[in-house]
Design a protein around this ligand. Sequence first.
Ligand SMILES: [Zn+2]
Length: 105
Amino acid sequence: LRDAVNGRNGAVAGLAGVLDALTAHRVHVLLVSDGYEAPGWHCGGCGRLAAVGRACPACKTTMDPVDDVVEAAVDRAMAQRIRLDVVVGNADLDVLGRIGALLRY
Ligand SMILES: [Zn+2]
């Protein structure tokens, strides 16, 4: 993941980038640091998950705050049958924002 992110080649890291990729159905493997939680936003209009609110960047609907958008992202990944890796004690992933994804394309 780290090499792919550094080369901007087939991967994203950090909450905002991962949520965008998830919304676009581009995630192949989702990597989450064990215990990572973060507040975020959910759009009732188009279903987008986002790190920053309050207006949805896609459909301009006012989004609802979510206590833990990481959990919501994991649920979304499961629904999309995406492979999920929960990573324990990986400093590389922590530096990258505690969440990352390998992309389909
Ligand atoms: Zn929306």
